[in-house]
Ligand binder design. Structure first.
Ligand code: AMP
Length: 282
């Protein structure tokens, strides 16, 4: 398995593979890999000749008050996990090499970044789109794999890829959860013991909302209020950042449930903010 830190050397390698007729599957991550990331790598392994993983904690998607400094890292373990899954290349750039002092270009999809995470993290998706565009130019993939855990991000990346005509197929992969239902996240390690116990109710609140829809409720306000009450009662250590029902593609609020709906939630704990979602298909 190759491990490369220099962006141009990485680009040369992926271009060489393309010249040789190999298909490339790309999995961008921020590292501290868990089963969620590994499911994307496995999906890439099944579909493509060369599996490329990037590990980069992208500073431009964090606001100054957010958890960039405490974001967990373990490069050595990550490399061995990718190697075990028969990955071909891990790209581990430094922030300076990705954003040299002359870097002045941003990529944004404002239409899909008006609600959910965009409200409390207004610069987040601009950072994500910019770094993913750069990574796409370096990795030259045929397919790129993203998790539905970050549903809004996936919707934004799909639109960006289409609008900027990247010749890349975006593949969304289902959320991988702990046995108790908590969505796997690198950030879970920074929860206190009490927060970890309570965090299981994030998913349960989404299931409650989903069950209400399945049993015929169509009033969004009533459903959301019940789910909010549930979280407030069962997660006293956390604070709801948002709990919304949105159109799964447009990421705009729905007032009445008639079609597919995405319930999405973010809960802030002492250090960590966790997100989760559930798409109900009608
Ligand atoms: P991150 O390292 O958190 O930026 O995530 C890298 C990729 O892994 C993104 O496409 C995420 O959506 C995906 N991912 C993270 N956690 C999960 C999970 N629990 N299940 C599925 N995909 C995930």
């Amino acid at each position: 398995m190759l491990s490369i830190t220099d962006p141009i050397s990485f680009q040369k390698q992926t271009l060489l593979w393309r010249e040789q007729g190999q298909t490339i599957g790309f999995v961008p991550t921020m590292g501290y890999l868990h089963e969620g990331h590994l499911s994307l790598i496995k999906a890439a392994r099944e579909k493509t000749d060369k599996v490329v993983v990037s590990i980069f904690v992208n500073p431009t998607q964090f606001a100054p008050h957010e958890d960039l400094a405490s974001y967990p890292r373990d490069e050595e373990k990550d490399l061995s996990l990718v190697e075990k899954l028969d990955g071909d290349l891990v790209f581990l750039p430094s922030p300076d090499s990705m954003y040299d002092s002359g870097s002045a270009t941003w990529v944004e999809v404002p239409e899909l970044a008006r609600y959910l995470c965009a409200v409390s993290r207004p610069i987040h998706f601009r950072g994500v789109c910019t770094v993913v565009s750069k990574l796409f130019h370096l990795a030259n993939p045929h397919y790129a794999f993203f998790g539905e855990k970050d549903w809004q991000q996936l919707a934004i990346i799909r639109r960006m890829t289409k609008d900027l005509m990247f010749p890349i197929e975006i593949i969304g992969c289902p959320i991988v959860r702990e046995n108790d239902g908590l969505a796997k996240s690198s950030r879970n390690v920074n929860l206190t013991e009490t927060e970890r116990v309570e965090s299981v109710h994030i998913h349960k609140a989404l299931e409650l909302a989903s069950d209400l829809v399945q049993s015929g409720n169509t009033n969004v306000e009533v459903i959301l209020q019940k789910a909010r009450d549930y979280i407030e009662q069962h997660i006293p250590s956390g604070e709801i950042d948002y709990l919304e029902a949105v159109d799964p593609d447009k990421i705009t609020p729905v007032s009445h449930i008639e079609q597919n709906v995405l319930f999405a939630v973010a809960v802030k704990f002492s250090v960590v903010r966790l997100i989760d979602n559930q798409c109900v298909r009608l």
